[in-house]
Design a protein around this ligand. Structure first.
Ligand code: GRF
Length: 193
C-alpha cells in the first residue's frame, strides 16, 4: 500500500468518495494516512476526523515547508489534491513529479487553467453552451491543470442547468468515480516502480 495524503480546501466530497471507496476495500493500494487543509474551517477536516484519519490545518505562512515536514513524518508516497485551491510552487511539484494528482471539474483542456475552479468552471461551460462536460484527473506540474491526463469521464449538460446543478451532477457522475479509480491506478504503478 502507498501511504497517501489528501490536500483539501472545502467541503471534502471528493475526500469522502476516497474514504468510502477505501472502506469498501475497493482501493487496496491506497492507505489514506493524512488530510491537510489550507482552510481552517474546511468541512473536509471533519470528514477526515470522523474516518480516523490524521487531519491538519496549515496556515498560509510557511505552508509548503510545514507540509513537506508532515509528508515526511507520515512517510507519504502519493499526494491527491481534492478540491484544493492553493497553487503549489514549481519547486514542490517538481519534487513530487509523478506522485501528485488533481481532480478538475471539466474535460481538460476545456475550462481549465488559472481562475477556473469550483462553480466558475461550470458557469463557463454553461456560458459557452457545451452539451457535454465532465471531470479530469491529471498529474500535477507547474502549469495549473497542465499535467498528463490520467482519467476523464463525460457528463451531459441538461436544459435548465445552473452552475450548482451541473456541479452536483459532475461530482456524482464523474469526480467521485474517477478520482478513487485514478488514485488506485497511480498507487499500483508506484508500488510496482
Ligand atoms: C468542487 O468544485 C469540485 O468540483 C472540485 O473542487 C470543489 C470542491 O470539491 N474538484 P470537494 O467537495 O471539496 O471535494
Amino acid at each position: 500500500m502507498v501511504r497517501t495524503a489528501v490536500l483539501v480546501s472545502g467541503g471534502g466530497t471528493n475526500l469522502q468518495a476516497l474514504i468510502d471507496k477505501a472502506a469498501r476495500g475497493e482501493m487496496p493500494s491506497v492507505e489514506l494516512a493524512l488530510v491537510v487543509s489550507n482552510s481552517a474551517g474546511a468541512f473536509a477536516l471533519e470528514r477526515a476526523k470522523r474516518a480516523g484519519i490524521r487531519a491538519e490545518y496549515l496556515e498560509k505562512a510557511g505552508f509548503e515547508e510545514r507540509l513537506e515536514a508532515l509528508l515526511r513524518e507520515e512517510g507519504i508516497g502519493l499526494i491527491v489534491l481534492a478540491g484544493f485551491l492553493r497553487i503549489l510552487s514549481e519547486d514542490f511539484t517538481r519534487r513530487w513529479a509523478g506522485r501528485i494528482i488533481n481532480i478538475h471539474p471539466s474535460l481538460i483542456p476545456s475550462f481549465c487553467g488559472a481562475g477556473f475552479y469550483g462553480l466558475r468552471v461550470h458557469a463557463a461551460a454553461l456560458e459557452r453552451g457545451v452539451k457535454v462536460t465532465g471531470a479530469t484527473v491529471h498529474f500535477v506540474n507547474e502549469i495549473p491543470d497542465g499535467g498528463e491526463i490520467i482519467a476523464q469521464r463525460a457528463v451531459e449538460v441538461l436544459p435548465g442547468d445552473t452552475p450548482e446543478t451541473l456541479q452536483r451532477r459532475v461530482m456524482e457522475q464523474a469526480e467521485w468515480i474517477i478520482l478513487p479509480q485514478a488514485a488506485e491506478k497511480v498507487a499500483e504503478m508506484l508500488e510496482r516502480s
